[in-house]
Design a protein around this ligand. Structure first.
Ligand code: FNR
Length: 398
């Protein structure tokens, strides 16, 4: 299999699984593990996919086949499809300026792009280069209230309407591959250094000429001499608030007048509490199986949460979306839209904007075909009645 695809070749990639395989070939081992890996034994990572395979679509016969309606009104905007690119940090390890490529791919397809606090490209640069972007911002709460207030005010200034507070990463999940691959921060083991040399194209795309990038959003808070990868990693390690609680979320609700969503919700009581605090939505997520090992699969959690908050706030889901049919299943169980994590990252690692765009196009095409084959003419009509649940004790109804 060729290890590198240019834009015009992207049409020859026919599934996210193929894109994944191409990304695996293109990246050095340590970057591949960073992208694809989960915590500990990766049980939650596996559960995220298994839960999709355990529910089945219950199609209806003889429904005339027109292009189905897949537009979604969400938080005051119209999305061309019920999906968006979710927040992922340090994308510059996959491709130089990966955040920009992701923002461009999303914008060209009429869906939002959510920038992580720990992105490499800053929110100001994204907005300057992709002025039409529907830019969301993901916040990691900061210990220093002035830094957090500054991040929020910058987000407001660049036109961010929707803020996601991530709740599931107060401490880092147990990612053993990270400890294996690095002997100290940013210092790869000898075996990994040799492996990097076997990936000259990646070296050129990512490392040349300045080495690994710093975290763009955090640069204003770093002394000039530390505006680099190591300096920003040290800074975020010290700044991330490990004492985050509901009081902080209530204060954030007062501080932020735009849409506010809590990301990392897996328990219905937490979704209810977020609703009571006046939040605009929750993202049902286990961080793609990278944090709490043994956590409930996100689709399993959605079944519990949807009956409690569906229709009262925006209900989003991520973790494990790899097919258009996965999106149909998530929507049938109550999600308004899904966030994409690794799926578009595999694309960007393979072919920058074209690769991320191909991932979005594949999901869109698959969703459209799935709806046609189900006899469903509009995503509005997706509900638990469209599912045949053969293995679960849950009814998924309500
Ligand atoms: C993430 N995720 C994440 N989440 C977040 O809130 N802030 C972040 O900076 C990151 N960084 C990050 C890096 C990488 C490489 C990955 C794979 C994931 C989690 C992300 O937003 C999302 O919850 C998961 O990726 C969803 O799972 P899938 O779609 O990757 O299976």
């Amino acid at each position: 299999m060729r290890s590198f695809y240019r834009g015009r070749d992207m049409g020859r990639v026919h599934s996210i699984a193929e894109l994944t395989e191409l990304a695996r070939h293109r990246l050095p081992h340590f970057a591949w593990e960073y992208l694809s890996g989960g915590s500990e034994d990766e049980l939650t990572l596996a559960r995220n996919r298994a839960s999709f395979s355990e529910i089945h679509l219950h199609s209806r016969a003889l429904v005339p086949c027109h292009p189905p309606v897949i537009l979604r009104h969400l938080l005051g905007r119209e999305l061309a499809a019920p999906m968006l690119i979710g927040p992922t940090g340090y994308n510059g390890m996959l491709h130089r300026d990966a955040d920009l490529h992701l923002a461009r791919a999303a914008t060209a397809r009429g869906v939002p792009f959510c920038l992580s606090t720990v992105s490499n490209v800053s929110m100001e640069v994204i907005k300057a280069h992709v002025p039409e972007v529907d830019l969301w911002f993901q916040l990691y709460a900061m210990r220093d209230p002035d830094i957090q207030a500054s991040l929020l005010s910058r987000a407001q200034q660049v036109g961010v309407e929707t803020l996601l507070l991530t709740s599931d990463a107060m401490v880092l999940g147990n990612r053993e591959w990270d400890r294996r691959n690095f002997i100290r921060p940013r210092e790869l083991s000898l075996g990994n250094k040799l492996d990097v040399l076997r990936h000259p194209r990646w070296l050129h795309q990512v490392m040349w000429p300045n080495g690994l990038p710093s975290m763009g959003n955090l640069e204003p808070y770093l002394p000039p001499a530390e505006r680099n990868a190591l300096g920003s990693m040290k800074f975020i390690g010290e700044q991330m608030d490990t004492l985050l609680d509901w009081g902080m979320l209530a204060r954030l609700r007062d501080q932020w007048s735009g849409n506010l969503l809590l990301k990392g919700v897996l328990h219905p009581s937490d979704a209810e509490r977020a609703l009571a605090l006046g939040l605009d939505g929750v993202v049902v997520s286990n961080h793609g199986g990278r944090q709490l090992e043994g956590a409930i699969g996100s689709l399993d959690a959605l079944r519990l949460i949807a009956p409690v908050v569906k229709g009262k706030m925006a209900l989003l889901l991520d973790s494990g979306i790899r097919r258009g049919s996965d999106i149909a299943k998530a929507l049938a169980l109550g999600a308004d839209a899904v966030l994409l994590g690794r799926t578009t990252l595999y694309g960007v690692a393979v072919a920058a904007e074209q690769g991320a765009g191909r991932a979005l196009d594949l999901l869109r095409e698959e969703l459209t075909r799935t709806l046609n084959l189900m006899g469903c003419t509009d995503i509005q009509d997706l509900d638990p009645d469209c599912l045949a649940d053969l293995h679960s004790h849950f009814t998924g109804r309500g």
